[in-house]
Write a protein that binds this ligand. Structure first.
Ligand code: FES
Length: 228
């Protein structure tokens, strides 16, 4: 059935072919219905097209959305107590999960012992998006996603490290690879301290931190056993 030819009853057919005022009224109703159906279809098409364009814009420019993919304030500096790598406690000191940014905020104490020195240390801190604060502490924003197959990696207080429950990939508190099938260290975002705010740019992911070696590893591997 076409929208241009809405159904007509046998009685209406008789009247239409007889002419007169009643025929004119039936014809008018049929024209109104045709217009209504056309307008309805145009409205549905318009809503679908608008949704498709909005979806495309979100994927092309995710930082317009104000959510993950944009620059986010994840809390105040005072909410993130710093810690030495061997004393991290999730949400209490050293490591904090912020699901809105899909990130773990790492805050290392100024006394943290790094394995590298001088220019090598500065260069490695920079390449791993580790930011030194004016009080001497260090900040990192690690992407929560395992770089093996994408599971969310939990931090394990009893391991001093991140251990993926899916296939066992293991990363230290700075996100450096320790063992397991992961092809590289954890990815990370740009983090900055703006006044009292801790700000993470989740629109730019650094996925170039390779498996560390003696020339690039920042901190010693934890000595505790971390079985699944
Ligand atoms: S997804 Fe994490 S080890 Fe496979």
């Amino acid at each position: 059935m076409s929208i241009d030819t809405p159904p007509i009853s046998p009685q209406q057919y008789e009247v239409l072919h007889g002419g007169g005022a009643e025929a004119a009224e039936i014809a008018k109703q049929r024209i109104s219905r045709r217009r209504f159906l056309r307008r309805s279809m145009l409205a549905v098409w318009g809503v679908s097209a608008t949704s498709a364009v909005a979806g495309a814009l979100f994927y092309m420019y995710p930082n317009l959305s104000g959510g993950f993919g944009s620059t986010l304030t994840v809390g105040k500096v005072s909410e993130f107590k710093a810690s030495k790598p061997t004393e991290f406690k999730l949400e209490q000191q050293g490591v904090y999960h912020r699901p809105v940014a899909r990130t773990y905020i790492i805050h290392l104490d100024p006394s943290t012992q790094f394995l590298l020195k001088g220019g090598d240390l500065s260069s490695q801190l920079s390449s791993e998006n580790v930011v030194k604060d004016k009080d001497g502490s260090y900040w990192i924003a690690l992407y929560q996603k395992c770089v093996h197959l994408g599971c969310t990696v939990p931090f394990r207080d009893n391991c001093d490290s991140f251990k993926c429950p899916c296939h066992g990939s293991h990363y230290n508190v700075t996100g450096e690879y320790l063992d397991g099938p992961a092809p590289r260290s954890l990815d990370r975002f740009q983090v900055s301290i703006q006044g009292e705010d801790v700000v993470v740019n989740t629109g730019v992911i650094n996925s170039n931190v390779a498996h560390p070696d003696v020339t690039t590893r920042l901190i010693a591997a934890p000595t505790v056993d971390c079985s699944l």
